[in-house]
Design a protein around this ligand. Structure first.
Ligand SMILES: Cc1cc2nc3c(=O)[nH]c(=O)nc-3n(C[C@H](O)[C@H](O)[C@H](O)COP(=O)(O)OP(=O)(O)OC[C@H]3O[C@@H](n4cnc5c(N)ncnc54)[C@H](O)[C@@H]3O)c2cc1C
Length: 392
């Protein structure tokens, strides 16, 4: 068993680190703030888009794609290295919803025409996507979703509502799961996966402000939205299977352990500077370092499986569960270490780490829900990993 990266992979890491030092947003780097902390700030979408295009121009958003679609056919470890460095450098620009959610679906199940039309925009970082799966009352129970797409000539006409749609307010396209057969049994066999231009008439996006005070997600309404049939990925009523592939990829996309480890390093450095670490903190710190390490090695294991072309269903759920819970635990620790100061927001000059502790803590609860809740992850692990019956 060899846990070392190859010399080529190490060289790639250096190249990425060097590039991010020079090209990453200086203001974010100086304040050590990341994507999640900055989403409340006025200019963050422009910074994110700009950085995304810089990454795209270097071919780093399509590292593992087949060469015929503009990729380099590199192992998924290159993507992991890129994302570790992005986390370390507090750098935005990697729009997972495009690169790791919809692109694999199009590559796996899309028609040749859809691949040619959409993959270049994703690889260049110019076209950004959002995900239309959850509905009020149909989050975990996604198979029962009600947004309805009715066949009409060479199109489908969609009516209904999605919710918690991250970045719908600036996305160019959405991948949408809608019901095309109300009689289908079981109900998941009546769903279809559409690609929707967000400029199509009939789409309304309303903001939802999260408890950190940031505008990340939205509710999206569809009123007679017309989608051409050629925008269906795979075929009618096969959307569930496309979505399952998206979700496995989604669960391993964001490196929770890398975000958590970077935050932990920053908390420790900040607390040392302010003389705020006590012996109890040291014990907890040791536990958290161990927790991040377990999450990191689990992610490496799953990346190795992906490199081998193996199915990663319950292992992907483990990745997400361990990685995202480690962010929550580290953010909680930050709040404890900095005591009342940790509650201050970035508007206060007394706030440690530019108010990042409170925003990370408040945002961290969302991590246990997005891409499927932690309970659902545990259920997947129990069912598919241990062969136990469904929780409920
Ligand atoms: C930050 C954030 C970003 C998001 N972005 C998007 C997005 O871009 N697009 C999108 O479509 N959705 C998005 N979501 C929605 C997310 O996928 C749902 O919140 C999630 O699937 C849970 O659904 P729900 O909120 O309806 O909760 P429910 O499904 O109603 O669950 C409520 C509680 O019951 C538990 N529960 C439900 N069913 C079971 C079960 N079978 N076994 C055990 N426990 C169960 C859950 O774990 C949870 O604790 C986002 C959510 C968050 C927090």
């Amino acid at each position: 068993m060899d846990f070392l990266f190859s010399p080529e992979e190490e060289a790639f890491r250096e190249e990425v680190a060097d590039f991010l030092e020079k090209e990453g947003p200086k203001e974010w780097h100086k304040k050590k703030v990341s994507f999640f902390d900055m989403s409340g700030q006025e200019n963050w979408i422009a910074v994110h888009r700009d950085m995304s295009q810089k990454l795209g121009a270097r071919g780093w958003l399509s590292l593992h794609w087949p060469k015929e679609y503009g990729g380099q056919e590199l192992s998924p470890f290159y993507r992991l290295i890129l994302r570790e460095e992005l986390a370390k450098h507090h750098c935005p620009g990697y729009h997972s919803l495009s690169v790791d959610f919809v692109a694999p679906a199009i590559l796996l199940k899309g028609s040749e025409e859809l691949k040619k039309r959409h993959l270049p925009g994703i690889a260049s970082g110019k076209v950004m996507w959002c995900e239309g799966l959850s509905e009020p009352g149909h989050g975990s129970d996604m198979a029962a979703l009600e947004t309805y797409a009715k066949e009409d000539g060479d199109s489908y006409v969609v009516n209904g509502q999605k919710i918690w749609t991250t970045y719908a307010h600036f996305a160019d396209w959405m991948f949408l799961l809608a019901r095309t057969d109300r009689q289908a049994q079981p109900n998941y066999r009546g769903l279809t996966f559409f690609l929707v231009d967000m400029k199509t008439p009939g789409i309304t996006v309303n903001p939802i402000i999260n408890m950190a005070g940031h505008h990340d997600f939205n509710e999206v309404f569809f009123d007679d939205v017309r989608i051409p049939k050629e925008n269906i990925v795979d075929s009618v009523n096969r959307g569930w299977y496309v979505t399952m592939a998206v979700l496995d990829s989604e669960r391993t996309s964001d490196l929770g352990y890398a975000i958590a480890s970077t935050l932990l390093d920053d908390i420790v450095a900040g607390a040392r500077e302010m003389g705020m670490l006590d012996s109890g903190d040291k014990v907890r710190m040791a536990e958290l370092i161990a927790e991040c390490e377990v999450a990191r090695l689990t992610h490496y294991h799953v990346t190795y499986m992906q490199a081998q072309g193996k199915d990663t269903s319950y292992e992907a759920a483990m990745c997400k569960l361990l990685g995202f819970e480690s962010i929550q635990h580290v953010a909680e620790f930050g709040l404890k270490v900095f005591r009342n100061y940790g509650l201050l927001s970035d508007t206060s000059p007394m706030a440690p780490l530019y108010g990042r502790i409170s925003s990370c803590y408040l945002r961290s609860f969302g991590h246990s829900m997005e891409a499927g809740t932690s309970e659902i992850d545990r259920d997947i692990i129990a069912q598919r990993g241990l062969g136990l019956p469904r929780l409920r």
